[in-house]
Structures are given as C-alpha cells and as structure tokens.
Design a protein around this ligand. Structure first.
Ligand SMILES: NC(=O)c1ccc[n+]([C@@H]2O[C@H](COP(=O)([O-])OP(=O)(O)OC[C@H]3O[C@@H](n4cnc5c(N)ncnc54)[C@H](OP(=O)(O)O)[C@@H]3O)[C@@H](O)[C@H]2O)c1
Length: 326
C-alpha cells in the first residue's frame, strides 16, 4: 500500500515518522501548496515524490491511498478529489466541517466503490479495544454515566481561531470526547444540552455538553482550546468504573470494582510505535478485503459524530463558510 499525503503540516509529519519506523515502503508521495515545502517534507521523511498540486498527487497511479492532513475546512474538497480519482482515503478528524459534507463523501465513496475512513486513531488502538472486551464481559455492568474531557491551550493556532478554517475546540478536541462516548455507549442520543464560551472569529473556545441516550445513559463531555485541564475519560458502570488517562492518546486504562478496588490495568503494547500505526493496519485490512469502510470506524459512527457537532454548533451559533457550500 503506497500512501500519498495531502498537506505537509504537523500531523503529516507525525504519521510519516510512525510509518517510517514501521513500514517505510508505504511512504510514497506528499503534496503541499508550495513545491519547496513538499520537497523538503519528502526529503526529511523519506518520500519518493513531492507535488505542489493535489490534483497531480491523486492522479499518480502509484498512489493507493490518500491521507488528508489539511485543516477541517478542506477535508471535504481534498477527500472528494481523491475519491473521484478512484483513490482510497483516510481523512483526518474531524471528518468534515458538517454532517452534510460527510454524507456526501460517503455517497461518493459508495458510488466510486473506494475505501473511506476517518482517522480517529484512538478507535484502532489495542489499548482502547480491550475496554470494549471488558464491557462485553459484564464484569463492571452497563455504562450509565460517561465523562470525557480534552483541553489544550492553542488559541494562537490559525486553524483553531479562524472560522474559515472551521476552527474552535469542538472539531479539534471535543471530537475525541464525543468519540469516547460513542465507542462505549450503545444507545441513541435523544437530547443534548450545552454551554459555550466563544472567542477568536466567533468559534467555540470552551464548551460543556451533556448527551442523553435512550438506554438510560448520559455522557458529559467538555473541551477547551484556551486552557489546560483534565484529559481523562471515565466510564461509570453499574458495578464499577473504567478510567482512561487521556481520551486523545490513551496510555493507561484502569478498571475498578464497586468498592473502588483496582481489578485490572493495562497500558500500550510494548511494540507500539506512536499509536498511529493501527489506523494504517485497519486500512490495509480493508483494502485487502475490498471493504469501503472499516468496522472499527464505520461510516455511521462518523456521521453520528458529525451530527452531534452540527447540533452543538447550532446551539452555540458557530457557523463556518462550509455550512452554506453544499
Ligand atoms: N490525529 C491526531 O493526533 C491529530 C493531531 C493534530 C492534528 N490532527 C488533525 O489533522 C488535521 C491537520 O492538522 P495539523 O495540525 O497538521 O494542521 P496544520 O499543520 O496547521 O496544517 C496542515 C497542512 O494543511 C495545509 N493547509 C493549511 N491551510 C490550508 C489552506 N487554507 N488550504 C489548503 N491547505 C492548507 C498546509 O499544508 P501546506 O502548507 O503544505 O500546503 C498545512 O501544513 C486537522 O484535521 C487536525 O484536526 C490530528
């Protein structure tokens, strides 16, 4: 599987370093708006081709899968370009600016019969997947109250402060908290209440949201782009609780029984590189099997997350230029 990355920024660097350590033969092409930047990126990270046009990258017959690593505002356009050229796509989180764009991308993937997956990397990690096994074993009972928090002070970052880049904390950080709840609560959302403080170009800086589910579960999630706070996720169950140290990059999970006694604890596999490698294993599995979605990050889950984020932005009056584009 040869990868072509669109965008030569922070996350493109991180995944390239991971792939270089594990599967350097996958590193094939990178495209940036600036040829010198693409060439520099390619040279530093061991890529074979550097393009200054995204069109050229998706037209390269050697590219098997395109990794969209641009700001949220451009995910739809870049993923669609790749799909229309028959390329499989892994697209960074948040998947798109809104649910409408997500629906359209999924339709296009089905039409062109190509694999499409949101790069919500925590879903693919062994450390996370074992949580599901514990829940399914019944040892702590059913989840009833899930909380998740992710805060990182970064209002100075343009793609966080600018509305035209689909900024705000929700799409960048809050999506991990919503995803945490989505992974472990099996019910349907019947109500959402929330609070927000806005900043930058009228985007969400800090927010809290409470999601009510039809199976008697509540999820409380919070995210902020202007402070440092808790990153934990806690799954409160009838007979105990499961604590995850960081919802965006878990390194330790602890299970407690009803008396508060620790009954299980685990960390990351000893051979884990960074954690990004598992989404590529999933993509490879999907390509090998001719799947257009992966069961660990199905299209329905992506759509659920986008719809919740649409609802929250509606409650807050946070709008993006993308909202009127489709
Ligand atoms: N999974 C994770 O752990 C993780 C971590 C961080 C970020 N992310 C996600 O990755 C994505 C990118 O984040 P990042 O931190 O890598 O962002 P970034 O470094 O600010 O930008 C990524 C690249 O996007 C391109 N870009 C920027 N503005 C653009 C524009 N107006 N039009 C077209 N291209 C533009 C730039 O590439 P060129 O200048 O080379 O054209 C830039 O280097 C976001 O969706 C973010 O949520 C994921």
């Amino acid at each position: 599987m040869k990868i072509g990355i669109i965008g030569a920024g922070v996350i493109a660097n991180k995944i390239s370093q991971t792939l270089r350590e594990r599967w350097s033969h996958m590193l094939y092409a990178v495209a940036s708006r600036d040829l010198a930047r693409a060439q520099d990126f390619a040279q530093r990270n061991g890529f074979v081709r550097a393009y200054s046009s995204f069109e050229e990258l998706v037209s390269d017959p050697q590219v098997d899968i395109v990794y969209v690593a641009t700001p949220h505002s451009h995910h739809y356009a870049h993923a669609r370009l790749a799909i229309e050229h028959g390329k499989a796509v892994i697209c960074e989180k948040a998947f798109t600016a809104n649910a409408r764009e997500a629906e359209e991308l999924i339709l296009q993937a089905r039409k062109h019969n190509v694999f499409l997956m949101e790069a919500l990397w925590t879903r693919f990690m062994p450390i996370t997947r074992r949580i599901r096994e514990v829940l399914d074993s019944g040892i702590v009972g059913c989840p009833r109250l899930v909380s998740a928090s992710l805060c990182w002070s970064m209002t100075q970052v343009p793609r966080i402060s600018r509305a035209d880049l689909c900024g705000g904390a929700l799409l960048d950080l809050g999506v991990y908290c919503l995803n945490f709840a989505d992974m472990f609560i099996d019910g349907n959302i019947t109500g959402i209440t929330s609070n927000v403080v806005k900043g930058g170009e009228d985007v969400d800086w800090t927010s809290t949201a409470s999601l009510l589910y039809d199976n008697g579960c509540i999820a409380n999630v919070q995210s902020s782009a202007c402070c440092y706070q808790d990153k934990r996720g806690i799954i409160g169950c009838e007979n105990g609780r499961i604590e995850v140290d960081a919802v965006n990059w878990p390194k330790q999970v602890t299970v407690y029984d009803a008396s508060g006694k620790m009954i299980d604890q685990w960390g990351i596999p000893s051979d884990q590189v960074s954690g990004y490698e598992y989404e590529f294993l999933a993509a490879q599995e999907a390509l090998d099997n001719g799947w257009i979605e992966h069961p660990l990050m199905p299209h329905d889950a992506t759509l659920r997350l986008m719809k919740v984020m649409d609802t929250l932005r509606q409650q807050w009056g946070v709008t993006y230029p993308n909202d009127t584009n489709l």
